[in-house]
Design a protein around this ligand. Structure first.
Ligand SMILES: CC1=C(/C=C/C(C)=C/C=C/C(C)=C/C=O)C(C)(C)CCC1
Length: 295
């Protein structure tokens, strides 16, 4: 796309085009794969279990992150943000709610898998729905705070996407960042780490590993770790001195999360995979059952 708008500081023509293309691929691929996950849950009756409801909710949140990335890709190609400052706040809020919800659902699935494989208790609908409502309300709370002055949403270095403004690194920013990172990342990292560790031990004992228990934590930290490092670095040093291209790496990696999540939690899940296959081809395959008590 040809545009007469000036380039953002620190980026060449080719940089803006490459980052825009990255965002577009992430956005469209993530959206499409997660839409298939959502549609399969809605269409295939056998898929509609409380545990799969968490995978479905993760896919909904991930569709939100992907939509956010697609909008950022579009404005990268335009080379300016066409939706004004209200649009920037809305985009920041929408990106944050869906990203935080996605992080919470990853932890909720880890917790549920722990019960599935280690305590052999089955998630009930009432717990799955209560947990889901809690997650959306909790993430809406943390995402709304920057709209009313605790933290702030502003443009990313590319100036075509809005997120938490870490460039000032002032007291307001630090006082928001610390509790928000504890409640939205540290707790979830702990849950994911300890759940898969126990599941890994269980698999070793039974000699029947059902999936690789190291991948979820590694993927989670690959996608969200750089964001955490950058935002904490900004709390102690001047992040504006970090090259804008390096700073753009954090949101680019975070937006790969929806695509990874489909492979890890929907296609990589023995209960869900068969349902997606049935949805796409109409061909029924036997879903392996784990004998569980009720939780
Ligand atoms: C700030 C922050 C976090 C959240 C980051 C989020 C939610 C980023 C969303 C970015 C988007 C949607 C960017 C769009 O360009 C973590 C990782 C929880 C913990 C560390 C501090």
């Amino acid at each position: 796309m040809v545009s007469s708008y000036p380039l953002p500081d620190g980026f060449s023509d080719i940089d803006v085009f490459s980052l825009g293309s990255c965002l577009l691929v992430e956005g469209l691929l993530g959206f499409f794969l997660n839409a298939v996950t959502v549609a399969a849950f809605i269409k295939i009756r056998e898929l509609r279990t409380p545990s799969n409801f968490l995978v479905f909710s993760l896919a909904l949140a991930d569709m939100g992150i992907s939509a956010n990335a697609t909008i950022a890709a579009f404005s990268s190609f335009l080379r300016y943000w066409p939706y004004g400052s209200d649009g920037c706040q809305t985009h920041g809020f929408q990106g944050f709610v869906t990203a935080l919800a996605s992080i919470h659902f990853i932890a909720a699935i880890a917790w549920d898998r722990y019960h599935q494989y280690c305590t052999r208790t089955k998630l009930q609908w009432s717990s799955a729905i209560t947990l889901t409502i809690f997650i959306w309300l909790f993430t809406a709370f943390w995402s709304a705070m920057p709209l009313i002055g605790w933290g702030e949403y502003d443009y990313e270095p590319l100036r075509t996407c809005c997120t938490l403004d870490y460039s000032k690194g002032d007291r307001n920013y630090v006082s928001y960042l610390i509790p928000m990172a504890i409640f939205n990342m540290a707790v979830q990292t702990f849950v994911v780490m300890s759940s898969y560790k126990s599941i890994g031990q269980k698999f070793k004992k039974t000699g029947n590993p059902r999936f690789n228990t190291a991948t979820p934590l590694k993927t989670f930290l690959f996608c969200w770790g750089p964001y955490g490092v950058l935002t904490f670095y900004a709390a102690v040093k001047n992040a504006n001195l970090v090259s804008p291209k390096i700073r753009m790496l954090a949101p680019i990696l975070a937006k790969t999360s929806p695509t990874f999540n489909v492979f890890l939690y929907a296609l990589g899940n023995e209960n869900y995979r068969g349902g997606i296959w049935q949805f796409l081809t109409g061909e029924k395959i036997e879903v392996p059952k784990i004998e569980n008590k009720s939780k």
